[in-house]
Design a protein. Sequence first.
Length: 186
Amino acid sequence: MTFGTDSFSADTASVLHSGIYNREFASVLASMAAAGLVYALAVMISGKSFVSYAAFILLLAGGFYFFRSFVFKSRYLEVIFDKDGGEAVISRSGLVKKERELVPLGSIGRVFVESRKSRIENPDGVAFVEKISLQHGMVIPGFGEENVSYLLKLKLSDGSDRLIFVTGDMGEAIAAHDEIREFLGG
């Protein structure tokens, strides 16, 4: 059985709105900085010409692809439960290499779902940002709200846990939990 997801981090969310500051926007900013630097060098060397404009456009497009594909790529977690081999392979894609961990199936004590509620650490700051965004007519949906995350974990015999899935939907967490538990036989 193979279980894969790109939602496996339970870190608290950034105060920056995820709809604006995402991987694509970061890739555009990085490629614009790189293309702008090369453009400035090209203008200093050969002046404003078709070549400097073309270099800017090509580096902007190519840089976006490079940054989105390799630097700001989506991370992915995959767990392969192998009954015949008697082990589970947990692999996480990283920036440079893929991390792999072998876990004997016999050391998985249980599969469980844990809920975690995020709390507002700075309510005055949230109120201030909401007031400013309202004045600009750019209300940020969901900003400052407490949310509940459901974490699907494997409990190992040494007492440690392995987080394999995080979602805001309890039904989705329970469905994944039930499927893995059924496959493992209990």
